[in-house]
Design a protein around this ligand. Structure first.
Ligand code: UDP
Ligand code: MG
Length: 333
């Protein structure tokens, strides 16, 4: 039977912690009762340096439900993405499958069962996707949609309307932990892992209690991070712009020469305007060229895994080194 770990990052969530624990324990009991997960499945609360009583509440929940509730206390506030990563990496050695969910119960815990079913049907990653955003403010909805659109324009593969509510099998988290980059944007990284994936759909609710820990400033930072960690397209845009402006300067050359010969210009204007356009274009082109190399260095220093082998089938004896691969083959059985 597969042991499930539900990973919940918490930052100043004293208002919702007990509610979340209760709701998630209910889900665990239900799934254990239906024989879908192991009886020692658990919730892992990650306290992300909260300044309120969140950690005390986690300790109390653990004392009351020693098997079902576990906790990780981070030494300081590192932000949602890091807190979640810390939780997943801690959980992966203690379970067969993880589900990450926010503490505020905005994501529908009722679809966890569907996620687990899809996992049993062979998916290693199951994304929770919001069906609509009725409960979000107009501002949050439009900015979020613009963000998804910009991301795909920049060539970053993300799942539309999926935040960080997702199931990941133990081996998917194991592979994810090989991504050593410091600028984390989980929604962009998880699709890079591969494996069979699936989606479940739900309606996002209002926050159960407390207020959003993602003010506009943090949202913008996340959006910028998402693009700059995955795409060097902005650099290519500069290169393209440089080329375009040089082209414009040639058109301007023709125009200026015609003006010059028809005598409709002030002395010195022709050479001045041409130098401005041409030099401007040349500079952008040069910056873009240098940027291409910087972009390559950036990609190199990430040391991301270049591929993820799911299975090897071979006749005869597999080389010793691929023992790990053999394990991965039946890792989910
Ligand atoms: N969170 C965190 N560290 C932070 C900010 C937020 O662990 O620095 C957690 C928070 O406790 C919640 C989740 O990240 O479980 C999502 O935050 P929130 O619900 O406030 O974001 P929103 O839904 O408003 O975008
Ligand atoms: Mg929320």
């Amino acid at each position: 039977m597969d042991r499930l770990a539900i990973v919940v990052p918490c930052y100043n969530e004293e208002e919702v912690l007990c509610l979340a624990s209760q709701a998630l324990r209910g889900v665990l009991d239900d799934l254990v009762g239906k024989g879908k997960i192991a009886a020692d499945s658990f919730i892992l609360f990650v306290n992300d340096g909260s300044r309120d009583r969140t950690w005390e509440l986690i300790e109390a929940e653990h004392a009351a439900h020693p098997v079902q509730v576990a906790g990780v206390k981070l030494a300081g506030n590192v932000g949602h993405q890091f807190a979640l990563t810390a939780g997943l990496n801690t959980a992966k050695d203690m379970c067969d499958v993880t589900i990450s969910i926010d503490a505020d119960l905005q994501d529908d815990v009722a679809v966890i069962e569907e996620m687990v079913d899809k996992f049993h049907e062979g998916s290693d990653i199951v994304y929770g996707v919001r069906r609509e955003r009725k409960t979000d403010t107009f501002f949050k909805r439009t900015t979020a949609q613009a963000f998804y659109r910009l991301m795909s324009l920049m060539g970053v593969k993300t799942v539309y309307n999926h935040a960080d509510f997702r199931l990941m099998s133990q081996r998917a988290v194991e592979e994810f932990s090989k991504y050593k980059e410091t600028n984390l944007f989980l929604r962009g990284m998880v699709p890079l892992i591969g494996y069979q994936t699936d989606c479940v759909y739900y309606d996002r609710k209002e926050r159960a209690a407390g207020e959003s820990k993602y003010p506009l400033k943090k949202m913008l930072a996340l959006a910028f991070n998402g693009i700059s960690s995955f795409s060097i397209k902005p650099i290519s845009l500069i290169l393209g712009l440089g080329l375009f402006i040089i082209f414009v300067s040639f058109v301007a050359l023709v125009y200026a020469l015609i003006s010059y010969f028809t005598g409709r210009v002030v002395a010195g204007w022709t050479s001045l305007i041409l130098s401005i356009w041409f030099l401007g274009g040349l500079q952008l082109l040069a910056i873009g060229m240098v940027g291409q190399y910087i972009g390559k260095i950036y990609i190199e220093v990430k040391h991301r895994p270049r591929y993820n082998i799911e299975k090897v089938i071979a006749g005869g004896v597999l080389p010793e080194k691929s023992a790990g691969v053999g394990k991965a083959q039946d890792g989910k059985a």
